[in-house]
Design a binder for this molecule. Structure first.
Ligand code: ATP
Length: 239
């Protein structure tokens, strides 16, 4: 499973004014893995993803993607290099159609044949999006919007996909469906960094996990090990 290193974060410190949101965290994601970052509200999970994709700038530390230092790169360059984020709360463009949302995911792509190929793949993966391609994104159900947000990210053919709380606000059955899709995407070759409050689901599909508490990584390891850890059981898996 553990292929070559795709992402390495070294001693990352992030501040929002006086708030020290990330306190020197380090982590690695290897090719072919699903790595999950679990933690309570406000632990710094979204901040970690936003810093990787260039939306938040760290005070110190380094982010290395495929051997290149991307710490000071602009967000649009980071997308171009092969990282795509599916943001928390899905954030599809509600007043645009499903198709327009997907087109935006590939806005950097000039090759029409490649665009068609990626679109076909997304529609195969998410047949409901194909059925609703002319429909306004805002009129989709919560689960469909999550699928659209994932489809949009896939349109940029990322080598690393960052997923922020894909289970948020979804009914249990849909959460299962979304996680099954994440697992399939991974099995087909996408490396994934998954942020989740639903530790139970996250640990069930990931290979490796990190536990974040108030800006510090307090535990890490293979998911089977974390799932058996009394601290993790107590705090994140309902005892
Ligand atoms: P959640 O699941 O609630 O999104 P999280 O683990 O993703 O939690 P972050 O959103 O990364 O946590 O927040 C980490 C800390 O930074 C929190 O204390 C939060 O209040 C603070 N924070 C996050 N974004 C900002 C911001 N834009 N301005 C100021 N403080 C922020």
């Amino acid at each position: 499973m553990s292929g070559k290193e795709v992402l390495r974060i070294e001693e990352l410190n992030v501040f929002y004014g006086a708030i020290h949101a990330l306190k020197g965290i380090s982590l690695t994601v290897n090719e072919g893995e699903i790595v999950t970052l679990i933690g309570a509200n406000g632990a710094g999970k979204s901040t970690t993803l936003n810093t990787i994709c260039g939306l938040v700038k760290p005070k110190s530390g380094r982010i290395i993607f495929e051997g290149k230092d991307i710490t000071d790169k602009a967000a649009h360059d980071i997308v171009k290099m092969g990282i795509s984020q599916v943001p928390e709360g899905r954030r599809v463009f509600a007043n645009m159609s499903v198709m327009e949302n997907l087109e935006l995911g590939a806005y950097l792509l000039k090759d029409k044949v490649e665009f068609k190929r990626r679109l076909t793949k997304v529609f195969e993966r998410f047949p409901r999006l194909a059925e609703r391609k002319g429909q306004l994104a805002g009129s989709l159900s919560g689960g469909e919007q999550q699928m659209l947000a994932m489809g949009r990210a896939l349109m940029s053919a990322p080598r690393l996909m960052l997923l922020d709380e894909p289970s948020m606000g979804l009914a249990p059955l849909l959460v299962k469906e979304i996680f099954a899709i994440i697992k399939e995407l991974n099995e087909q070759g996408t490396t994934i960094l998954l942020v989740e409050q639903n530790a139970h689901m996250a640990l069930s599909i990931a290979h490796k996990g990190y536990v974040l508490e108030t800006g510090n990584i307090v535990l890490s390891g293979p998911v089977w090990e974390l799932a058996e850890n009394p601290q993790v059981k107590e705090a994140y898996l309902g005892g």
